[in-house]
Design a protein around this ligand. Structure first.
Ligand code: ATR
Length: 312
């Protein structure tokens, strides 16, 4: 099995055992094969899971090819989670609400005699939000309901996380994004969750801000949990999504980014000031287990998946 496959490989496909994969750009860092192959093996399923480096303009063809090659499903990572939505023939209600997907299940039904309708379908799901909530509980032993949350980012992952926080009736939710209009649109989509009986303090319960130091500085004193849901940190040398000097010891810091063999700059900065922090491995574990359960309609072997990631 190759480390990373391309659209060209999918066109000339000969790897019959590979029936699942993660699609992204970049994707070489992804630990999904490690965790899903451990799950497949532990469950006695004779399939393999691989990485696919697919550019945005190749996504539609890649999904069609996977379908033709009788793939069972796929995971999506940056930058495809939102774009893939419109390529699905069917959407789970949660994914539809979030407006992003991270899991696809292909369906290969036998053709109905005489029917001209398309039989095969691709259904989109989103396991990021539920995976995130479980990861926060495990990492910090707290519930989202009790937290004032600052989400950095407004892309696919940030949408799932923000919806999860809103649905859990978190105390407060602030969304900060480089492209401010996207943060504002996401906050607007969540407004109905915040018209409730919770006591309003001096700051709004739902707010969108630009990802800028002054705006962030003001929010930090009214925040318990900071979540990095931008892609900053994926590449060595990336800046921290929030300036290190703003990180305070009272914060929980959750970085959805994880990196093999290194700490992201955000986590290092958190550790240096004594803030409690965790990386994206727990979310990957939980979200991967939920994807496995969608594909196979059976319980995921969590202990083996944990061991494959080195998460205790
Ligand atoms: P994913 O599916 O992982 O969420 P995405 O939808 O491409 O990926 O979203 C990436 C997020 O990271 C966005 O919030 C993006 O900000 P913009 O909406 O302004 O593009 C953010 N991001 C990516 N690179 C960034 C950078 N260099 N600085 C700040 N934010 C960045």
């Amino acid at each position: 099995m190759k480390e990373v496959y391309t659209i060209q490989d999918l066109r000339n496909w000969s790897e019959e055992s590979i029936r699942l994969g993660v699609i992204g750009a970049p994707v070489a860092h992804s630990l999904s094969p490690q965790i899903q192959n451990a799950a497949l093996q532990a469950s006695g399923i004779a399939m393999q899971y691989a990485r696919f480096e697919i550019a945005p303009d190749e996504l539609a063809s890649a999904l069609e090819l996977m379908h033709e090659r009788e793939f069972l499903g796929a995971n999506l990572t940056a930058p495809h989670k939102i774009a893939a939505l419109s390529l699905m023939e069917d959407l789970d209600s949660n994914a539809k609400r979030i407006g992003a997907i991270n899991t696809i299940k292909f369906c290969h039904r036998a053709p109905v005699t005489g029917s001209t309708a398309r039989n095969a379908t691709a259904t989109g799901f989103n396991t990021d939000g539920a995976g995130f909530a479980r990861a926060i509980r495990e990492a910090f032993a707290v519930d989202l309901r009790d937290l004032r949350v600052l989400v950095l980012g407004a892309g696919g992952a940030a949408r799932a996380i923000s919806f999860e926080c809103a649905r859990a009736h978190c105390e407060r939710l602030v969304i900060a994004n480089r492209t401010f209009a996207k943060a504002r649109a996401l906050a607007n989509a969540l407004r109905e969750f915040f018209i409730g009986p919770k006591v309003l303090g001096p700051v709004p319960r739902l707010h969108a801000i630009p990802l800028e130091e002054n705006a962030l500085r003001f929010q930090i004193g009214h925040t318990d949990l900071v979540v990095n849901a931008t892609s900053l940190g994926l590449r060595v040398g990336d800046a921290t999504p929030v300036p290190a000097r703003l990180i305070e010891p009272h914060l929980f810091i959750y970085d959805i980014v994880y990196a093999k063999d290194r700490e992201t700059r955000l986590l290092r900065a958190a550790r240096e000031v004594g803030a409690r922090a965790a990386d994206g491995l727990l979310m990957l574990l939980r979200q991967s287990a939920l994807s496995f359960e969608i594909w196979f309609e059976r319980e995921a072997p969590l202990p083996e998946m944990r061991a494959a990631l080195g998460v205790n």
